[in-house]
Design a protein around this ligand. Structure first.
Ligand code: ADP
Ligand code: MG
Length: 271
């Protein structure tokens, strides 16, 4: 989509909800509202790069008016309803291994404990590694059907690596009851099989596998609270999406389904 102001603002990039309509591409750069933690986040993104992780945007500048400039990462980003190419097993495995690559470098970088990391989607149990927390399809760049980069670290916060895997599973397996999944995803996705594929491609330990189903339930509760906060604040984008996607009833259904299938997921992950 091209904005009327191309040349001044640049090309408007679709895909986000938090910064909907406020992200622009100008040649090799993206300009978007800077998150409150931009300084600490930019330092973290630079450290990732210095330690060899090249699959995230490089911060270039913070402007006086509260915006940030980062490198644009060429490739394909899927938007809902998600096309089949982004929900293949190859795509899923590539997301799992990309997240592992991110974490292998992130654990070596000390987190700025003075920064006010957003608590919205943060691991309630805390942790020492900076998690991305929002690895949804709209925040992953693909090339030839494989994930090549993660973008939009706005909700990054310290947490357990397993928390990030749980958040990623929610979106990529996806951890949704069949009715909810049908609204956004191609038909016929085998949830237990895909959950196992994600765990294998990430390389979860036996203990993490046993914990994952409950952490997914915890992460789902945090996502629901995130939406509830925005709706309570009168955010028009979240209010509209909530009503289009079945309201709180859908969240009830997803949460009940997760509990009802906990043992099935546990068995597939650990057998
Ligand atoms: N650095 C980047 N490289 C490539 N595409 C990007 C980049 N930043 C944003 N985009 C595109 O713009 C869309 C919205 O940007 P994003 O920063 O994720 O906004 P939001 O914070 O609203 O989720 C993304 O889904 C992606 O398609
Ligand atoms: Mg985004």
């Amino acid at each position: 989509m091209t904005s009327e102001g191309e040349g001044t603002l640049g090309e408007a990039l679709d895909g986000g909800m938090v910064n909907a309509g406020a992200v622009f591409r100008r040649g090799s750069l993206v300009e978007r509202p800077a998150p409150p933690t931009a300084r600490a986040l930019h330092a973290h993104l630079r450290a990732l790069k210095e330690h060899g992780f090249d699959a995230a945007p490089t911060p270039v500048q913070l402007t006086q008016d509260g915006r940030e400039r980062l490198t644009y990462i060429p490739g394909d980003v899927a938007l809902p309803p998600f096309p089949r190419w982004v929900m293949t097993e190859t795509a899923l495995r590539s997301v799992g291994s990309l997240l592992r690559r991110l974490h292998d470098v992130s654990v070596t970088i000390s987190v700025d404990t003075l920064a006010a990391w957003p608590q919205d989607l943060a691991d309630p149990e805390g942790g020492t590694m900076l998690c991305h927390n929002d690895v949804c399809p709209e925040n992953v760049v693909f090339h030839d059907g494989r994930a090549t980069a993660l973008i939009d670290f706005d909700l990054a916060a310290p947490g357990r690596p397993l928390w990030d895997v749980a958040m990623t599973a929610r979106y990529w397996v996806p951890m949704l009851d069949p009715e909810s999944a049908a609204a956004l995803h191609p038909a016929g996705l085998d949830v237990p099989r895909r959950l196992r594929l994600l765990a294998d491609s990430y390389g979860l330990s036996p203990q993490q596998r046993a914990e994952l189903p409950r952490v997914i339930e915890q992460a789902t509760a945090s996502c629901r609270a995130f939406v509830a906060d925005r709706v309570a604040d009168g955010d028009p984008v979240y209010t509209q999406v909530l009503s289009e996607r079945g309201g709180w009833q859908r969240w009830d259904r997803v949460q009940e389904w997760l509990v009802a299938h906990r043992e099935v997921f546990m068995a597939t992950l650990t057998d």
